[in-house]
Ligand binder design. Structure first.
Ligand SMILES: *Cc1c(COP(=O)(O)O)cnc(C)c1O
Length: 420
C-alpha cells in the first residue's frame, strides 16, 4: 500500500469514529491505547441503539415478534463471528463477557474436571494475567503443574524451550497469540502441531490478534481460542470462546441457570446442546448483536488491508522512536516493512517514569498507557516495574505518531535537563 492509499484509508475511516474528533486539554485527541480497548464506529453504536429502540426483548423464550427479531439478530451475530474466525460450525462460538471469562470457562469446565495431580500445563512467561490466574487456580485445586516457556534473546516465544518442556505429561498448552506487551507474534500453528503430537489440548489467547489480522481456527487447529469484543470495535461486556464442537460437547456446564437446560427436575436436569449449554441466563443481547456489527465493519474494510496498513504504521512508529535517545522498546524489532510484530510499543526511557510520561502526554491530548499491562511476571523478568505503551489501530495516522513522538521527545529533554 502506498502512502496515498494509506491516507485514503485513514481519511475514509476516521469519520466513522465520533469519539476521535474531540479536544483533550486543548489539543486534538490522539488515542494510542488500543491494546487496552478500541473505539467504536457509528455502525456499532447504531446497532446498540437499534436493538433497544425497536427489538428489545428476551431471546429464545418468546414466540412474539420482538423476541423472534432479537433472537434472529443475536444468533445471526454468532454466524458472523463463526465466519470471521472460520469456525467449521456456528455452535462452536460461545458468547462470554470477555476473554477472561472465556478462559475461566475452559479452566472450570475442562481443567478442574479433567486434570489430576502431576498433569502438566504449559504457559509462557508473557501471558496476560487472564491466561495465568485461572490456571494457577486449576493447579492449586487439581495438583497439576505449571511450566513456563521462556523468551529468546530477541524477547520472543522460545520454540526450542517449548519443545524441551513438552512431554506426554503435558495435557494443556495455553498461550497468547500476540503479546500485549512485547508485541511479538507467536508461531501458534507450530505450537498447536507440537502439542497435538503429545496429545495435549491447546488454548490460544487471541485478544491482540483477532482485531488486527485474519484468523482461521481450522488452519490453526487450536482446540479453543478466546477474544474480547471491546478490542475489536465492539462494546464491553461481550467476548467469545471458540471451541471444537466435539470437545465442547464433552465438557460439563460451567454456569447453571436458564437457557442452558433441556429438561429440569427438582433433583437433576439435562442440558441444552452447545452453544446454549454454556450460555446460562439472559445474555448480553445488545452487545452480541453489536459484536456482529463490528465483525461486519471489520470485514468490509478487510482484515488483510487492516494488517498491511498497521504494518506500515509499525514501521513508521519504530523509525520515529529510534530517533529518540535512551528509549528501550521491549520485544522484537519489526522488519523494514513493519511485519514481524504487532503495532504497539511498550517502552521505558531513562529520564522519565512511565506514569509521569503518560500524565505529561495526556496534557498534550495523547492517550498512552503506563503500568504493567496485566503482565506483571513478564515485567519482573525484563527488569521493569512498569512500561509506557503506545498501541495503534487502523484509524491511527502518521500525523498522530508524529505528535506522540514530538511530545515524548520534549518530555525526555525536559526531565533530562532537570536530572542532569
Ligand atoms: C485484553 C487482554 C486479555 C483480557 O481481556 P479482557 O477483555 O480483559 O477479558 C487477555 N489477554 C490479552 C493478550 C489481552 O490483551
Amino acid at each position: 500500500m502506498t502512502l496515498t492509499q494509506e491516507r485514503t484509508l485513514a481519511a475514509k475511516l476516521r469519520p466513522d469514529f465520533p469519539i476521535l474528533h474531540q479536544q483533550v486539554h486543548g489539543h486534538p485527541l490522539v488515542y494510542l491505547d488500543n491494546a487496552a480497548t478500541s473505539q467504536k464506529p457509528i455502525a456499532v453504536l447504531e446497532a446498540l441503539q437499534h436493538y433497544y429502540q425497536f427489538d428489545n426483548s428476551n431471546v429464545h423464550r418468546g414466540v412474539h415478534t420482538l423476541s423472534a427479531r432479537a433472537t434472529d439478530a443475536y444468533e445471526g451475530a454468532r454466524d458472523k463471528v463463526a465466519a470471521f474466525v472460520n469456525a467449521a460450525h456456528r455452535e462452536e462460538i460461545i458468547y462470554t463477557r470477555n476473554a477472561s471469562e472465556a478462559i475461566n470457562l475452559v479452566a472450570y469446565a475442562w481443567g478442574m474436571t479433567t486434570l489430576t495431580a502431576g498433569d502438566e500445563i504449559i504457559l509462557s512467561v508473557m501471558e496476560h494475567h487472564s491466561n495465568l490466574i485461572p490456571w494457577q487456580l486449576v493447579a492449586q485445586r487439581t495438583g497439576a503443574v505449571l511450566k513456563f516457556v521462556e523468551l529468546t534473546e530477541s524477547e520472543e516465544f522460545d520454540l526450542d524451550h517449548y519443545r524441551s518442556l513438552i512431554s506426554d505429561k503435558t495435557k494443556l498448552v495455553s498461550v497468547v497469540h500476540v503479546s500485549n506487551t512485547l508485541g511479538c507474534i507467536n508461531p501458534v500453528n507450530e505450537i498447536v502441531q507440537i502439542a497435538h503430537q503429545h496429545g495435549a489440548r491447546v488454548l490460544i489467547d487471541a485478544c491482540q490478534s483477532v482485531p488486527h489480522m485474519a484468523i482461521d481456527v481450522q488452519a490453526m487447529d487450536c482446540d479453543w481460542l478466546v477474544a474480547s469484543g471491546h478490542k475489536m470495535c465492539a462494546p464491553t461486556g461481550i467476548g467469545f470462546l471458540y471451541g471444537k464442537r466435539d470437545l465442547l460437547r464433552q465438557m460439563p456446564p460451567f454456569l447453571g441457570g436458564g437457557e442452558m437446560i433441556a429438561d429440569v427436575f427438582l433433583d437433576h436436569a439435562t442440558y441444552a446442546d452447545v452453544p446454549h449449554k454454556f450460555e446460562a441466563g439472559t445474555p448480553a443481547i445488545a452487545e452480541a448483536i453489536a459484536l456482529g456489527a463490528a465483525v461486519d465493519y471489520l470485514t468490509n474494510i478487510g482484515m488483510d488491508a487492516i494488517h498491511t496498513y498497521e504494518q506500515e504504521l509499525t514501521s513508521y512508529l519504530f523509525q520515529q522512536l529510534a530517533t529518540l535517545p535512551d528509549v528501550r522498546i521491549y520485544g522484537p524489532q519489526p522488519q523494514a516493512d513493519g511485519s514481524g510484530r504487532a503495532a504497539l510499543a511498550a517502552f521505558t526511557t531513562g529520564a522519565v517514569h512511565p506514569h509521569d510520561l503518560s500524565t505529561i502526554l495526556d496534557q498534550a491530548g495523547i492517550a498512552i498507557r503506563a503500568g504493567h499491562h496485566c503482565t506483571q511476571p513478564l515485567h519482573r523478568l525484563v527488569g521493569a516495574q512498569s512500561t509506557a505503551r503506545a498501541s495503534l489501530y487502523f484509524y491511527n495516522t502518521r500525523d498522530e505518531i508524529d505528535a506522540f513522538v514530538a511530545a515524548l521527545k520534549e518530555a525526555i529533554a525536559f526531565f533530562g535537563e532537570i536530572f542532569a
